[in-house]
Each structure stands twice: as structure tokens, then as C-alpha cells.
Write a new protein. Structure first.
Length: 122
């Protein structure tokens, strides 16, 4: 339909997806048999990643790709996720939300954007 946004350009839909993945991951992390200190550290790290997304990730994704802000966001996001995963390995489920964020924040690798041999570049 004319005037409709493409599904990939609906930020509220992505926000809802990220929230569901984070909520499910937090539920999994908090109900594991790991020590309370490890579960708490992982949950705080995941919550910090959510706050980082609101403050830096979403603006970086909505703006131009591959800016310093986007690069710094991805570095901080990876650091927070490493902390969470070293405490409770089940926090890896949050990667279902983190990977698309990294892809949308940064320019894809050049090799994935090249056109096939013989076809004109788009």
C-alpha cells in the first residue's frame, strides 16, 4: 500500500521484539541454578545493555550507519554481554536481539554487499 513503511523501518516493532527477547532471557537467567551472585550480575549486565540501547543504540540505529556512536555502542554492548555470559551461560539467548542491533548499527562487511560477477552494481 502506498505510504506504508516497510516492516524493517518500523522501530516500534523492533523495540517490541527486543523487549520480548530481553524479558525471556532475564526469566531464564533468574531461574537457573547458578549462584545468586552470578544471576544478579548477569541480570544487571543485561539491564544495563537495555539502558544502553535506549540511550545510545536506538539513536545510532536510527541515524547514519557506521558512525563513532554506533561503533562505541556495539563495543559497549559486546562488553556487557560478555559479562553476562561469563556469569550465566544461559544469557546467550539475548543474542537473538543483540545480533540484529549490531548489524543495523554498523555497515555490513563489504564482501556481503558486492554484486555477483557479471551483474551491475546497484
Amino acid at each position: 500500500m502506498p505510504g506504508d513503511q516497510h516492516v524493517w523501518h518500523r522501530p516500534w516493532l523492533w523495540d517490541a521484539y527486543y523487549a520480548v527477547v530481553l524479558a525471556a532471557t532475564l526469566l531464564i537467567v533468574l531461574t537457573t541454578s547458578h549462584p545468586v551472585a552470578a544471576r544478579t550480575a548477569a541480570a544487571i549486565s543485561l539491564a544495563a545493555a537495555a539502558l544502553l540501547y535506549v540511550l545510545a543504540g536506538r539513536p545510532a540505529i536510527a541515524g547514519d550507519r557506521d558512525t563513532r556512536m554506533a561503533t562505541l555502542y556495539v563495543i559497549c554492548l559486546v562488553a556487557l554481554l560478555v559479562i553476562a555470559q561469563t556469569q550465566v551461560y544461559a544469557s546467550s539467548w539475548v543474542l537473538f536481539a543483540a545480533c540484529p542491533q549490531c548489524y543495523m548499527a554498523l555497515t555490513p562487511v563489504r564482501s556481503t554487499t558486492r554484486s555477483p560477477r557479471g551483474s551491475p552494481a546497484s
